[in-house]
Write a protein that binds this ligand. Structure first.
Ligand code: AMP
Ligand code: MG
Length: 277
């Protein structure tokens, strides 16, 4: 049994069926212990991914304001070697970015072979904030789902493993977190009047998320809806999903490394035999 369900597009997703406070019967202490174990395995898998350099990994992080994207990325990164992993954050497009198609800035940041890239927000903003605030006409944003499916299929065809996380919090939890930012001096820097303004659009955002999830969940580019009211559950659920997605590649990557090692040793032996060192 897995903590999260792989959304491959076969079932219709209704966000109200997903409890943002779910914990699958885990206690906080159990979740933290499991997470630590999983992150150790993740580092091991990352090493094989990097060494074999046959595949790349793209992790997409989306969620409402305060859903915990930054915290979740920080947690996952504790289990990764920064040498072959990076985070790309997507903010309001710069004038140059805005003067190109919406995937232009995204494609430049996709991972090369052997590497992991985590997207902190992504091309999905162009069917979320853009839709909710009517920044472009419906005709334009609605055509983007197909473009996103095609774009992700292109990445898959270039051996990119895609994992998309939607961090799911409740409206009450968001209010609690926004108020915490005001109370706690070390969180106050994150305050933004805009977040309270965006909150007014909660229902429109939920609808836009639901449509995006249904339009773009595919077997090779699945979404995972992560109950995120409990940060410790969010962390263990993401760690487990990453490990379970990469684990099946262990054999293939190890085999490739063995082959690479055999070739290298053969070359070395020939060099020594011929004395051409
Ligand atoms: P933050 O993640 O808190 O730093 O905020 C980044 C802001 O950039 C959020 O309000 C996003 O909605 C906004 N943003 C990201 N991508 C886009 C986009 N393509 N169009 C408009 N706003 C965007
Ligand atoms: Mg923000």
């Amino acid at each position: 049994m897995s903590l999260l369900t792989k959304q491959d597009g076969k079932r219709n997703i209704k966000l109200k069926d997903f409890d943002p406070g779910a914990n699958e019967g885990l206690s906080e202490a159990e979740a933290i212990a499991q997470s630590a174990k999983l992150l150790t395995e993740l580092k091991d898998l990352q090493y094989l991914l990097y060494a074999a350099s046959q595949t790349s990994v793209l992790v997409v992080m989306q969620g409402m304001d305060t859903a915990g994207k930054d915290g979740a990325i920080g947690h996952v990164m504790t289990g990764l070697n920064p040498q072959s992993c990076k985070v790309a954050s997507f903010k309001v497009p710069t004038p140059i970015e805005a003067s190109h198609d919406f995937l232009w800035r995204i494609h430049q940041q996709t991972p090369s072979k052997g590497n992991i890239t985590i997207f902190n927000r992504s091309h999905y903003e162009d069917v979320l904030v853009t839709r909710v605030h009517e920044l472009v006409p419906k005709k334009v944003w609605s055509a983007r789902y197909g473009m996103i499916r095609d774009f992700e299929a292109l990445l898959t065809s270039a051996e990119t493993i895609i994992i998309k996380f939607m961090l799911h919090i409740s409206k009450d939890e968001q209010e609690k977190r926004l108020l915490e930012r005001e109370k706690e001096p070390e969180k106050a820097w994150k305050l933004s009047a805009g977040d309270w303004h965006e909150r007014k659009y909660w229902d429109s955002y939920q609808k836009a998320y639901e449509d995006a999830l249904n339009e773009t969940s595919r077997p090779d580019a699945p979404w995972y809806i992560v109950p995120s009211n409990h940060k410790w559950f969010r962390n263990v659920a993401m760690a487990e999903t990453l490990v379970k997605t990469l684990r099946p590649y262990r054999k293939q990557w190890t085999k490739h490394l063995d082959e690479m090692g055999t070739v290298a040793k053969k070359e070395l032996a020939e060099m020594r035999a011929t004395g051409k060192e």
